[in-house]
Design a binder for this molecule. Sequence first.
Ligand code: ATP
Length: 240
Amino acid sequence: MAARLPGVDTVASVRGLTRAFGDRVVLDALDLEIGPGEFIALLGRSGSGKSTLLRALAGLDREVTGELSVTGSVAVAFQEPRLVPWKRVLANITLGLDAPAERAHAALAEVGLTERAQAWPLTLSGGEAQRASLARALVREPGLLLLDEPFSALDALTRITIHQLVVELWARHRPAVLLVTHDVDEALLLADRVLVLDEGRIAHDSPVTAPRPRHRDNPELITLRADLLAALGVAPEGRS
Ligand SMILES: Nc1ncnc2c1ncn2[C@@H]1O[C@H](COP(=O)(O)OP(=O)(O)OP(=O)(O)O)[C@@H](O)[C@H]1O
């Protein structure tokens, strides 16, 4: 299990983090610092270890070795919303927390789901279920919010609305966010810093300074997109 160190001006600090499954080394002495309030997107080829890193940061993997320090609370939202089907939406939000119903109501209002508070999870649309999942994460007031491809199963229009919502919630509550995504444009539209995981380490680490709301045609984003596609081993459009 990874040794835990006190963090200095970071919400998460990782040094020499290593995880192998049998002979396959997925995280190979990885180093990473996450500052308070940073919005980070984590890209990487399929199987590069993004979810493994996220699980380690969430404290869900006891087999990682190296140094890992996380200050404050951590909340996770996954690709599937993972709501408990036999509890109504409201009860799902504070499940396992000793928190009054008002807090769950306030969180649902923030994600625009007030009217679905008494609904059963299986009656929610995909977008509504992801909103509920975000409300459940936010009500925990995390210093670090881990998002594991939470938008990938949504249709394009719902995805745009949820992107806006996530940026709004992040600006209001200011947790550090680590968003795992396959989508370079999603990373560039949302994050302040984009990482690429490759060969078990952070192979690329770029700040994104363009003001929000961002447009794909922003020159900074165009340059970064080409760099990131190259780091991911993908030829940019028209140059394959
Ligand atoms: N519990 C496990 N047992 C064995 N191998 C595992 C386990 N979890 C992950 N792996 C392996 O570790 C590697 C990294 O998996 P991980 O899910 O972290 O990748 P990822 O970058 O999130 O992939 P994707 O983008 O496809 O979701 C893969 O080769 C996977 O098969």
